[in-house]
Design a binder for this molecule. Structure first.
Ligand SMILES: [Zn+2]
Length: 263
């Protein structure tokens, strides 16, 4: 960190400092980048504004100082694990954001007569659209982008796979009444970190109002213990978003996620 700090001081810009420090601040800089899959347009990290805060689009409606955990993709080996983690979170008075893929969610509903996305909502957890089958939207034509979004789980939040989107994707998403929702802290669990390494990365980097990116299809997802994740965040003194409530009582979260989360 020392050489980086010196370099940053020389640059003397809050914006540059914010943009440079955050992405790698949990990893050894020497290990960063080389083996990461890259796509045409990837926002691995949302740009920060002049005050060092993430733009509203990346905070998914979390305008509080509470931290929001989010889980993407699908656990193909054990799909119902998503519901189990949602239940655990509710018991811990935590409201998370899930982005299950449309294709397996639809297949599961057809096979079992129930939508896991709905079951997660019933636990007061929020659910967003992560497209039908996880194609990089910024590489597709307009018709395919529409199909990918329409085939996803219905919501008002869209998290483009790989965080990859461009002006065309944004325009179509808006036309279909979606708001783009990225994240402000990437755990990089997809790089085969252990659950403990993920928690360490969170504890070292988490800041008030963060939206933390985690994955359900990660090889180690089944070993994620939501209790341990929650404890890790709480050990920093920060609070987590709570489950959806109506009139102060826990309730099923709405399909259209509110513009401002009731964290
Ligand atoms: Zn994904």
């Amino acid at each position: 960190m020392q050489t980086r700090t010196v370099a940053l001081l020389a640059l003397g810009s809050v914006l540059v400092l914010a943009a440079l420090v955050r992405p790698d601040s949990g990893d050894s800089p020497a290990q960063a980048e080389p083996d990461e899959p890259r796509r045409a347009v990837v926002r691995d990290w949302p740009l920060l504004d002049a005050t060092g805060r993430a733009p509203r689009g990346s905070t998914c409606g979390n305008r509080s100082r509470r931290v929001l955990l989010s889980f993407d993709d699908w656990d193909y080996a054990e799909p119902k694990r998503m519901v189990a983690t949602a239940r655990t979170a509710k018991r811990l008075d935590v409201g998370m954001l899930y982005f299950p893929l449309g294709e397996p969610n639809t297949a599961y509903r057809r096979a079992h007569g129930k939508s896991l996305a709905d079951k997660v909502r019933a636990q007061g957890q929020y659910v967003g659209n992560h497209t039908y089958d996880h194609r990089s939207l910024s590489t597709l034509g307009a018709a395919a982008i529409r199909r990918e979004i329409r085939g996803g789980v219905r919501s008002s939040l869209l998290r483009p796979p790989y965080g990859a989107y461009d002006a065309q994707v944004a325009a179509i998403a808006s036309d279909l009444r979606y708001r783009i929702c990225l994240w402000t802290l990437d755990t990089r669990d997809w790089r085969d970190l252990t659950p403990k390494q993920v928690r360490t990365r969170i504890v070292r980097n988490v800041r008030p109002g963060d939206v933390i990116l985690l994955h359900m299809n990660h090889a180690l997802h089944r070993r994620y213990d939501v209790r341990a994740l929650v404890s890790a965040v709480r050990s920093t003194g920060l609070k987590l978003c709570r489950p959806y409530r109506e009139h102060g009582e826990p309730a099923t979260s709405p399909v259209r996620v509110p513009r401002k989360l009731r964290c």
